[in-house]
Design a protein around this ligand. Structure first.
Ligand code: APR
Ligand code: PHB
Length: 391
């Protein structure tokens, strides 16, 4: 088989890229390790920056998102038993849309197949070869048969645990990493959200977040140990802890059946450069942010936006100039999102061994961010999504 751009991974990065390329008349085929059902049912974050929504709308992929997504004009920050609203609309003129990542993946997959696109699900033993030649290849097995996809370029959109990044020869990449000494215990609950907007809470017992997926479904998180044992967390204990960490006077958390429960680790991770020969990494394959601030999917979308422009320039003018600068351009945004996600994480969580000075400083930071217009505006412009860098 032959295609212009072989894409490894049918997550948000791979799917958005295939649509952007299709819009420019460039062929691509996606090779995905798991089944369509598995990919569509993975519960992930759910906040879309306005720029991401506009990008999807520009591709004709936002009909359901615009109908069912919940547009939010701000968030609540909770500490010392009080809530403080950060008004994104007033501070930036922009907002965010709450819509589950798995719903985005469903919409993009359906549309890609409806537009005649090819996605190979359940591809086994996926590997990439000849990355620094003019004909890089993706090899895999499908239903027991070996297959080879010969490409002009390969996009490594296969997430943090994928095979593309480790296929780059030793010594090429630099790794930048930070692990956090905690995780998030997340639940999806059949309960109407107890707040119109997201609540980020710094509580002495640890961080908590109230989010949602629809007018009937809540998504809630608690700071926990990185290897927290879910057996120790019956539903009743989760609700009590959420109540304690989110409560303010005169407010009650609505409970409901817990539909899904899981623990997510927290890390910051970047590789540089995000390219080698004719392989280009995008999304979680190249970088991970902790979920505080919900930048993961948005950053993946921003990467493939740059990559699609660079590939378009190449096919129009045979130039490699933008492709050669892909990593440099994408990393400017990546590092700003890394800074923001790290900062939100540091401001909102309790750290083992932090002393009373650290805690007081954290509270002063929250006080500053919720009382100074300049500080609130800085949070808001990062949360709704920084403008795309010119190139
Ligand atoms: N071969 C083929 N596909 C693979 C392989 C492999 N060896 N390994 C992983 N994949 C697939 C995964 O099954 C998944 O469908 O690659 C896809 C990667 O998707 P994501 O992990 O969702 O990563 P990405 O598309 O970069 O999306 C960005 O935003 O909210 C965040 O971390 C969250 O997933 C999210 C990310
Ligand atoms: C979510 O709804 O899953 C979510 C929202 C905001 C975050 C992280 C996750 O910062």
């Amino acid at each position: 088989m032959r295609t212009q751009v072989g894409i490894v991974g049918a997550g948000p990065a791979g799917l958005i890229l295939s649509h952007l390329l299709w819009q420019q008349g460039i062929d691509s085929i996606i090779i995905e390790k798991y089944s369509r059902q598995h990919v569509q049912e993975r519960v992930r974050a759910g906040v879309l920056e306005q720029g991401t929504v506009e990008m999807l709308a520009g591709l004709g992929l936002a009909d359901r998102l615009l109908r069912e997504g919940l547009v939010h004009c701000g968030i609540e920050m909770s500490f010392l038993g009080r809530r403080h609203r950060i008004d994104f609309k007033e501070l930036t003129g922009r907002g965010i849309t709450v819509y589950g990542q798995n719903e985005v993946v469903k919409d993009l997959t359906n549309a890609r197949l409806a537009r005649g696109g090819e996605i190979v699900f359940e591809a086994e033993e996926v590997s990439v070869a000849d990355l620094d030649s003019r004909t890089p290849r993706i090899n895999y097995r499908k239903a027991g048969e070996h297959a080879e996809l010969i490409c002009d370029f390969i996009a490594g959109c296969d997430g943090f645990h994928g095979i593309c990044r480790p296929s780059i020869p030793a010594g090429v990449l630099n790794f930048y990493e930070r692990e956090y000494p905690f995780g998030w215990l997340g639940i999806l609950a059949e309960a109407p959200p107890s707040s119109h907007e997201l609540i980020y809470s710094n509580h002495e017992r640890g961080f908590a977040l109230l989010s949602m997926r629809s007018p009937k479904i809540s998504r809630l998180y608690l700071q926990c140990e990185p290897e927290e044992d879910l057996e120790q967390w019956p539903d009743e204990r989760i609700w009590e802890e959420l109540d304690t960490r989110l409560s303010v006077e005169g407010w009650k958390l609505t409970r409901g059946a817990v539909l899904q429960k899981g623990v997510t680790g927290m890390r910051s991770f970047v590789v540089e450069p995000m390219q080698f020969g004719r392989l280009f990494l995008a999304g979680d394959a190249a970088h991970i942010v902790p979920p505080t601030g919900a930048k993961g999917l948005n950053l993946a979308a921003a990467d493939v936006r740059v990559l699609a422009h660079a590939l378009t320039e190449h096919y129009e003018s045979d130039s490699m100039s933008l492709l050669d600068r892909y990593s440099q351009i994408a990393l400017r945004r990546v590092w700003k999102a890394q800074r923001f996600s790290w900062w939100m994480t540091s401001m909102l969580h309790r750290f083992h061994g932090e002393n009373s000075f650290d805690h007081r400083r954290q509270l002063a930071e929250l006080d500053y961010v919720t009382s100074s217009r300049a500080a609130a505006q800085s949070l808001a412009e990062n949360y709704v999504g920084l403008p795309f860098d010119p190139y």
